[in-house]
Structure formats: structure tokens, C-alpha cells
Design a protein around this ligand. Structure first.
Ligand code: ADP
Length: 491
């Protein structure tokens, strides 16, 4: 079975969030199962620089505003898997973030940039870009690849099945309705049953309507997004397509995230946690925090946004300080939240430290050095950091939502007694609920024996890609047999 993954990010070449980690890890996990897997990526500078043996396959143009587009094939640096790269200098060779310019605003030609990505996928499906390889299934990730199922459905000669994975429904890829001509979308598709969304075009909705299967990255999020609270206005479509929608939990690349990784101060394991103490001391020293072992160190590695509940955390900070705990924050995002954390650090130099920015190596030192990782998200499709934290013996403290609810077992009296607990879970998205759980976690920290048991239980959890890859393979196989085209919206 030949599978093409289509995405805008891949770790370590271009990453803004968990999507990049998934796109790096899932294809090799599928290849390990014997599937013939390739990846299609836009030619951002980080991708062009990081690929191995990149060779041109086809040069054409003009296309979506680019004078010349060169489709290339090469190998991914880590997994060695074949990957197609779209070298369109005018559209993709831009520094910084794949989606926004230096002013923080979306690039104003994003509709054309990501339509080109989908167009390339459809033309790989028709073997017009690479006559030697043609996918049976195209797996599109997030709104960036949302037009893939549309373009494939638009070509009646193609019988390629499509899967769309929603990594975050809040980003819907919304563009003016009259961009349809540039995108090659016929007017008859501009209806609520097609790609239209409140007088605009939504790439995410397009993918949801036209793909053969929809997945999202945790079973709980797959249920939540059918409701108005989490559906971002797309809950109706998701309910309509409920029979084709399922949740498959993301995995962790334990080759990268492990408590003996080379980026941390001292290696340790579930059997011998001594090195973790050294990691905590090293992190406190690095961040200028008071060097103390007897106070819990809470940490955040996250985008600083209200989705991630960072405003709740700022509001609950007095509770954390009252407990005598420390807080270390690594992240960037909303200006107000960045300023709030910076102010808190300036006011409490020995107990609160903030590093604004994106720093992969430092994030490993945070995971290893902290006692508790805070993920108080308002919504969370899967969440990866709580999974990393578990492996490092850092207890996740999370809100009971999406993938967080699916992966962390709360340290209730019952779960502690049964030796099941792996972290802390709270319900309401309020300062009080978060503050109360922070206090309870601080109290548990004062009982080292119980704490160590929870750490060990967490470290033994297995969220590797093996199970997830098996689930995706089963999904692909279910698509091979059905006359899927018949069920598609082909209007
Ligand atoms: P999301 O994709 O919604 O941002 P996830 O938890 O799924 O959240 O994935 C976030 C990824 O980005 C994780 O790999 C996390 O370690 C990483 N990350 C987030 N912020 C930072 C940062 N400031 N520095 C380094 N890594 C970060």
C-alpha cells in the first residue's frame, strides 16, 4: 500500500507545534509496518536546506502566482524516507514562520501557497509529477492540506482515497469567497454543503467535506469537536460525517524524548531517579532560581495563548507562590501573556523564571528538570508535552479535556491506592480549580515515597507510535476495499 502524507511542517526542519513531531514520526512508524510511505512538503528554506539528495523531477509554471515551480524528490534526514518538496521560490522561500510574516500577520497569499501544496498532492496521485510512484491513499494534515481531498475528488479519473487528520480545529484556513477562481474551485462548490463557511472559504471545512475519512489526534477530541463548545462552528459538518470520524492518539518518538537524552544534565531512569535531582539543580542554576530540592518546580513548555490556559495560570500564580513552589516558563505567544509572565519573574526572581522564545534543547532540560509540567488547556486535541513529561518522571498537571483526558490518570485517593495515578487532572477552566490542584500537587510532593511511585508509574506508560501506526494502517486498509468514490461529495 502506497501512502502519501501531505503537511506543512516536519521536525526538525520546520516546526511550530506538535504537527511537526507527528509528521516526522508517523510515516517511519508506518514504513516499519511494511507500508510504502512518502511525504510531500512545501519548499520552505528549512526544508530545502535539510533534505538529503534533493533532485528535480518536474519544472512547470506559472502556478498559483509562482513563475516557476520545481517539484523535487529527496530523502528526509532522520528517517531516510523519500519526500517530495515543492520548490516555488516566490511562494515559499521566506524566512521565519510558515504561516505568518514578520509583522505577525498571515501571509496574504496563504490561500495560493497552500493550494499549491494540495495541487501537487493531486498531481502525484495522477502520476503526472512522478510517473514511477503513485499513492493509493493521500493523508492530508490540517487546513494547510485541506484542499487535497477537493482536488482529488475533482478529477473523475482518480480513485485515490483521502484521509484528513485534524490536529487543531481552531485553525480553519479561512479566505475570501472570491478567491475560488484563483484556487480552481468551481462556483457550485461555494455552498454550505461544499467549501463555503459563513461567506468565506474554509480549507479545513473543504477537507472535512471531501475526504473519505477524518481523524483527529485523540478519541476524546473526536467526540468534543461534534459539540458547539469545541467545534469552532464546524460541529455540524463533523456530526454529519460522524460515521467517518475517529480519534487516533498521537505517539511519542522515544528516540528523541527519553530521560537519558544527550541534551540533559544527567541521565536517569525509572529504576534510578538520582540523575533527575541533578537535572533540577542544573535547571534552577541555569534559570537563576533558588537552588532548592524541597520545593516543587512547576514548568510550562508551550505556546503562551489562552488555548493553552496560560491566562488561568497567571491568575493562579498567587496560589503556587503561597505553596512555596517555583515556576519556570518556556514559550512565546500573546504579547499580554508574555508580559504577564515577565512581570511575575521580575517580581519573584528566585521563584519564577521565564524564557520567551522557542528553544528545542532547553525544552528537554525543562522536561528533565521540572517536578510538574502544567498543561491547563481550554482545549487540547492531543497534547504532546504531557506525554514527554511522563517519560521524564515529571508529573503532568492537566485539564480534563481532549488528549489530556485520554493520557493522564489523576492522583485521586483511589488511583493512588491502586498504583494507577500518573499525574493531576482538574475540571473547570477556572483559576480556582487550577490553583486547588496546584496546592494538592504541592502537598503530594511533600510525600517523596508516594511521589516516586507516581513518577515511576508515569515513566512506564507506553505512548510510542506502534499502536497509533497500527490504527492508521487499519484505517487505510478499510479504505482500500470500499468503492469510496461513490460516497464522496462530488458536486
Ligand atoms: P501545539 O501543537 O498545540 O502547540 P503540542 O503539545 O501538541 O501543542 O505540541 C507542542 C510541541 O512544541 C511540543 O513538541 C513542545 O515541546 C514544543 N514547544 C512548544 N513551545 C516550545 C518552546 N517555546 N520551545 C521549544 N519547544 C516548544
Amino acid at each position: 500500500m502506497r501512502i502519501l502524507h501531505v503537511a506543512a511542517e516536519i521536525y526538525p526542519l520546520v516546526k511550530t507545534g506538535g504537527l511537526a513531531d507527528v509528521v516526522a514520526a508517523l510515516p517511519p512508524a508506518l514504513a516499519k509496518r511494511g507500508l510504502d510511505v512518502r511525504v510531500l512538503l512545501p519548499g520552505f528554506p528549512g526544508i530545502l536546506d535539510g533534505m538529503v539528495d534533493l533532485k528535480p523531477l518536474l519544472r512547470i509554471g506559472p502556478l498559483f502566482g509562482a513563475a516557476v515551480v520545481t517539484f523535487c524528490i529527496g530523502r528526509l534526514p532522520d528517517s531516510g524516507l523519500p519526500a517530495y518538496v515543492i520548490d516555488a521560490p516566490f511562494l515559499f522561500r521566506r524566512d521565519g514562520n510558515p504561516y505568518v510574516g514578520p509583522d505577525g500577520q498571515d501571509w496574504n497569499d496563504n490561500h495560493r501557497r497552500f493550494a499549491l501544496l494540495a495541487w501537487a498532492a493531486a498531481h502525484l496521485a495522477s502520476a503526472e509529477i512522478d510517473p514511477e510512484w503513485r499513492p493509493d491513499i493521500v493523508h492530508a494534515h490540517d487546513w494547510h492540506a485541506g484542499l487535497v481531498p477537493v482536488y482529488i475528488a475533482q478529477n473523475p479519473a482518480l480513485h485515490t482515497a483521502t484521509v484528513l487528520t485534524v490536529h487543531n480545529l481552531a485553525f480553519r484556513g479561512i479566505f475570501p469567497l472570491d478567491s475560488n477562481a484563483e484556487l480552481g474551485l468551481p462556483a457550485r462548490k461555494l455552498t454550505p454543503l461544499g467549501v463555503e463557511f459563513h461567506g468565506k472559504i474554509s480549507f479545513m471545512k473543504a477537507g472535512l467535506v471531501y475526504s473519505n475519512r477524518i481523524t483527529t489526534v485523540s478519541p476524546t477530541y473526536a467526540r468534543e469537536i461534534r459539540t458547539a463548545e469545541f467545534g469552532c462552528g464546524l460541529e455540524g459538518v463533523l456530526r454529519d460525517r460522524g460515521g467517518e470520524l475517529s480519534g487516533i492518539l498521537n505517539g511519542v518518538d522515544y528516540g528523541v524524548w527519553k530521560p537519558d537524552d544527550p541534551l540533559i544534565a544527567k541521565p536517569y531512569s525509572a529504576e534510578n531517579l538520582k540523575g533527575k535531582k541533578a537535572c533540577k539543580l542544573a535547571l534552577q542554576t541555569e534559570l537563576g532560581l533558588a537552588k532548592t530540592a524541597d520545593r516543587p518546580l512547576f514548568a510550562v513548555v508551550s505556546r503562551l495563548t489562552s488555548q493553552k490556559g496560560m491566562d488561568l495560570l497567571l491568575a493562579a500564580l498567587p496560589e503556587l507562590l503561597r505553596e512555596g513552589a517555583q515556576l519556570a516558563v518556556l514559550g512565546s505567544g500573546d504579547g499580554d501573556l508574555e508580559a504577564g509572565f515577565k512581570y511575575a519573574a521580575a517580581a519573584n526572581p528566585e521563584t519564577v523564571a521565564v524564557r520567551i522564545g522557542y528553544d528545542e534543547a532547553l525544552s528537554h532540560r525543562f522536561m528533565a528538570g521540572a517536578d510538574v509540567l502544567l498543561v491547563p488547556s481550554r482545549f487540547e486535541p492531543c497534547g504532546l508535552t504531557q506525554l514527554y513529561a511522563l517519560r521524564y518522571g515529571t508529573l503532568p498537571l492537566v485539564r480534563r479535556v481532549g488528549g489530556l483526558a485520554d493520557t493522564v490518570i489523576d492522583a485521586t485517593t483511589d488511583n493512588l491506592a491502586a498504583d494507577r495515578a500518573t499525574g493531576f487532572v482538574f475540571g473547570e477552566a477556572t483559576r480556582l480549580a487550577l490553583g486547588a490542584r496546584i496546592s494538592e500537587a504541592s502537598a503530594l510532593y511533600r510525600d517523596p515515597e508516594v511521589w516516586r511511585r507516581v513518577q515511576r508509574r508515569g515513566m512506564l506508560q507506553d505512548f510510542s507510535w506502534d499502536d497509533s501506526a497500527a490504527n492508521y494502517e487499519a484505517l487505510y486498509r478499510s479504505l482500500q476495499t470500499v468503492g469510496e468514490k461513490a460516497g464522496l461529495a462530488t458536486a
